[in-house]
Structure formats: structure tokens, C-alpha cells
Design a protein around this ligand. Structure first.
Ligand code: BES
Ligand code: MN
Ligand code: ZN
Length: 487
């Protein structure tokens, strides 16, 4: 039997041991070991039906016998010998929820008992580390009883001692938590200026180069389309650029671009009232780019990576852009703003043109771009579009490894004509049909000079209802994508 974990557990005296119990068949090695040391109490619990080992079922045993006084958390893993990602995620979420409410600082997981379909041990280790840490996330800072909620866990021991996988999982979770925090912050706190200040913090904390383009600078560059979105707001817009340089000097970077609409009222094409509060999440693309930058700065892979955020607040006012207004993009193309609520593409197009100067190896933009994508794919997959097969395939591979799902959508030229305008080079909406596709088509007009993909994350970036909150997606996908590019 592999004793690595148990040696370490006894050596460090973990406060809690998490042990996995299947609902049928023989116990995994680690569970059998605990059972043996506990006079067969685990077997009895299962046989008597007190703890059946159903998927994600939990039972805390504060102390089993006098000899085995260490608290044990039993966690059911059901009857399947190999779990799907979804099943494993449920199990780990249940573990995290339990641990969160317990006072223990060090926790050891006998995680070799978890076998996932089509996944290597090191993939499983990274995912467990990520999902567990994600489960500890709390949105803190705005409720009076906050202090009690923070997790007490300071030390996690995951069986296998795969330090590299643990580091990836932990950094991904840290990046995801950062993205969720930015996403969950209300629009009166998380403004474009706030995002710019976060970039400056990253500069100080991680020693990366940060450039902030204010409205004056963007005006000089001709980014009138981006600027037209923030015109109705009292909050100034920013283009935020962060350079992580872990690769060769002068080597072209991979670029991530995030939509950072810190609140989307729709502008003069005002959105209806119900659920409008959720439009504070319209900067989740930007948040995921920040979160990925954090994960990359922690992991320090050998590559050059530039993160760009187009930040603005979309408000109606006497100065706001009106339906029918024509604005000029940095590329020179003119846009007829038929609907001021299709603002994401307006900020992104100028950022996409600005990015040309980096001669990027690849560009991936991330945006809560269309309600139509939510209709098409729900909250399971991000919509992925690409003008380049290699970028699409890299993203699919990263998606598979990170369990952060994407689905490729079409970019046929037939859709492009839906954007024709009688008055400008291009309209900013393409009729009600294929709304997510025509939004991507709009962006594609500005990406001809580099390999590019677009992720429409409108359905996956946050959950609504009782569990309302940012998900941190697609930080895991993007972190994996960049790690795969490192030399
Ligand atoms: N931020 C929204 C997209 C969105 C809506 C995301 C609902 C998640 C949930 C975007 O700016 C928007 O308003 N898009 C419009 C485009 C339309 C006017 C062509 C939409 O999807 O309705
Ligand atoms: Mn909008
Ligand atoms: Zn929007």
C-alpha cells in the first residue's frame, strides 16, 4: 500500500482526514486502512445503511476509537469505479462545503481513491486542488458577520505529492477567486478606474509592466468607438495593458483581451429592470483576464503574455451615444450604432486594433457578449469562435484538460452580411437571428492580421438565482491554454 499520505498525516498531525467511501464493493486502499484501524466501523456504517456512500454524501466522525482519535470526514463517491468530471466536482464541492464550516486548519485528503474517467493522476490532483480551493471562496467585505465565514484551512495535503500539479491547481483557484471577487463587486465599487488600480497593484506585486491608456490618449489614437460607449457615464474609460515577460526578450506575446463593462444599463437602448443588477457582471471577461494574469504570475511559465482590458461603463445620459449615431473606429471603419446595448463589440473592436502593435502569436478575447449565446449554449459551454484552426484546437485541448468547457461555433462569411449598414461601413447589430454569431462576425472584421479566437462567456461567467455569484470561468481554461504555450 502507498503510505505517502499517511506518513505525512501522522508526521504533520493533520487535524482532519478526508476518506472516500464507495457505495458498493471493496474499499479503496486508504479507506480500508482507516477501516482496519477503526475496528471495521466504516464497513459497519455502510452495511447498516447509516452511511451508504452515495455520491457527495458526507459524515463527520469526530473520533473513531481511542487509538484512532483523529477526526475523519467520510465522503461518499457512489457506485461507479470511475467518476465523470461532473461527479467528481460534486464530491469535491461537498468536501469543501464541509471543511469550510469546520474549525480545522490542516486537512489531508486520501484522494487516490478518486479515479476520474480518461484522466491521469496528475490531472486529477490539479483538479482536486483547484476545486477544493474554489470551494473555499467567500465574497467578503460587505456583510457585518463576514469574519466568521472565512475558511480556517491553512494547510491542504493531497495524496500523491505531485507538487507541479498542486501548484497549477492552487494558482488556478487563486486566479479564479480573484476573478470572482472582481465580478461580484458592485458597479459602484468596481468601476473602470478600479480595474485600472488593480492593474497597478499587479504591477507592484508581480513586477510586470502596466500601461494605462486614459481617454485623452485613446482619443489621440482614434479609439472613438471604444470611447463612444463610456460617453454617457461620469466614470472615465480605460484601456488597461499588462505585460508578463517570462519568455525570450522580444518574443511575440500571446494576448488575452477582456470585455470590462463595469455596468451595462444598455445605454439609451435601456435594458428592462428585472435582473439588471446582474449587469455588474458585464466585466467578467476582464475579470478572467486579470485572474489568468494572477495565476500566470504565480506559476511563472516561460512565455510572453499580454493582458488587455477594455474598461467602460455603459450609461444613458444627455451625452450618451444614441441609436443611429455613427462612430469611427481606430481601424478607420465606421460603425452605425443601431443599438447602444450592443456595446461590448464596440469597446473590443478598438482594443483588437490596438493589439496589432504587439504582433501577437495569438489573441483570445473573452466577453459576456450576447444573451443569444446563453440561449444557444446555456451555462455549460462558453461559445468559441476562431479565424484560425490552430488556436481553436489549442483552446479545445486546454478545455479538455481544465474541465472548463467550450463549444466551437460557426463564423461562415454568409453571416457577415447581416451586419451591412446603409449609412456606415458596418452596423453594430445583425438582426435577431444568430445573435452570438453576428457579434463574433463583428469582432472578426478587426482581427484579420493575427490568429484569433473569441469566447462568448455570457452564459458561464456567473450563476443567477439563489446561488448568484461569479464562477471565475474561464480562468482555468485560459491558464491551461497559456501554460501549454510555455517553452
Ligand atoms: N452584456 C450584454 C450581454 C448579456 C446579456 C450577457 C444577458 C449576459 C446576459 C450585452 O452587452 C448585450 O446587451 N447584448 C445584447 C446585444 C443585442 C442588443 C444585439 C443582447 O444580447 O441582447
Ligand atoms: Mn449591452
Ligand atoms: Zn454588455
Amino acid at each position: 500500500m502507498n503510505t505517502t499520505l499517511f506518513d505525512r498525516v501522522s508526521a504533520v498531525q493533520a487535524d482532519l482526514l478526508v476518506t472516500f467511501v464507495p457505495s458498493e464493493g471493496a474499499f479503496p486502499e486508504s479507506t480500508a486502512w482507516v477501516d482496519g484501524n477503526a475496528d471495521g466501523q466504516l464497513s459497519q456504517l455502510r452495511e447498516s445503511g447509516v452511511f451508504k456512500g452515495g455520491l457527495a454524501q458526507t459524515l463527520l466522525l469526530p473520533s473513531i476509537t481511542q487509538d484512532f482519535a483523529q477526526p475523519v470526514l467520510l465522503v461518499g463517491i457512489g457506485k461507479d469505479a470511475e467518476l465523470s468530471d461532473m461527479q467528481a466536482r460534486k464530491v469535491i464541492a461537498a468536501v469543501a462545503a464541509q471543511i469550510k464550516s469546520l474549525p480545522y486548519a490542516s486537512v489531508a485528503l486520501a484522494s487516490r481513491a478518486l479515479v476520474l474517467k480518461k484522466r491521469t493522476q496528475s490531472e486529477v490532483t490539479a483538479l482536486i486542488a483547484q476545486w477544493l480551493n474554489e470551494g473555499f471562496y467567500n465574497f467578503l467585505g460587505f456583510k457585518q458577520d463576514d469574519a466568521e465565514k472565512a475558511t480556517k484551512v491553512t494547510d491542504l495535503l493531497i495524496e500523491g505529492d505531485d507538487e507541479a500539479a498542486l501548484a497549477i491547481g492552487t494558482a488556478t483557484a487563486n486566479g479564479s477567486a480573484f476573478a470572482r471577487q472582481l465580478g461580484n463587486l458592485p458597479g459602484n465599487v468596481c468601476t473602470p478606474n478600479y480595474l485600472a488600480s488593480k492593474a497597478q497593484h499587479f504591477g507592484e506585486e508581480y513586477g510586470i509592466d502596466v500601461e494605462l491608456l486614459d481617454e485623452t490618449k485613446m482619443d489621440e489614437l482614434g479609439m472613438h468607438c471604444l470611447l463612444s460607449v463610456g460617453r454617457g457615464s461620469d466614470q472615465p474609460s480605460y484601456l488597461i495593458v499588462m505585460h508578463y515577460r517570462g519568455g525570450e526578450e522580444g518574443e511575440a506575446p500571446h494576448v488575452l483581451l477582456g470585455k470590462g463593462i463595469t455596468f451595462d444599463t444598455g445605454g439609451i437602448s435601456l435594458k428592462p429592470g428585472p435582473k439588471m443588477d446582474e449587469m455588474k457582471y458585464d466585466m467578467c471577461g476582464a475579470a478572467s483576464v486579470f485572474g489568468t494574469m494572477k495565476a500566470i504570475c504565480e506559476l511563472k511559465p516561460k512565455l510572453n503574455f499580454t493582458a488587455v482590458v477594455a474598461a467602460a461603463e455603459n450609461m444613458p445620459s444627455a451625452r450618451a451615444t444614441k441609436p443611429g449615431d455613427i462612430v469611427k473606429t481606430m481601424s478607420g471603419k465606421t460603425v452605425e450604432v443601431l443599438n447602444t446595448d450592443a456595446e461590448g463589440r464596440l469597446v473590443l473592436c478598438d482594443a483588437l486594433t490596438y493589439i496589432e502593435r504587439f504582433k501577437p502569436k495569438s489573441v483570445v478575447d473573452v466577453a459576456t457578449l450576447t444573451g443569444a449565446c446563453v440561449v444557444a449554449l446555456g451555462s455549460v459551454n462558453s461559445g468559441m469562435y476562431a479565424n484560425d484552426d490552430a488556436v481553436a484546437e489549442s483552446l479545445k485541448a486546454a478545455s479538455q484538460i481544465s474541465a472548463d468547457k467550450i463549444w466551437q461555433m460557426p463564423l461562415n462569411e454568409e453571416y457577415q452580411q447581416q451586419l451591412d449598414s446603409n449609412f456606415a461601413d458596418i452596423g453594430n447589430i445583425g438582426g435577431p437571428e444568430a445573435g452570438s454569431v453576428t457579434a463574433a462576425c463583428f469582432l472578426s472584421r478587426f482581427t484579420a492580421s493575427y490568429p484569433w479566437a473569441h469566447l462568448d462567456i455570457a452564459g458561464v461567467a456567473w450563476s443567477g438565482g439563489a446561488a448568484k455569484g461569479a464562477t471565475g470561468r474561464p480562468v482555468a481554461l485560459l491558464t491551461r491554454y497559456l501554460l501549454d504555450k510555455a517553452s
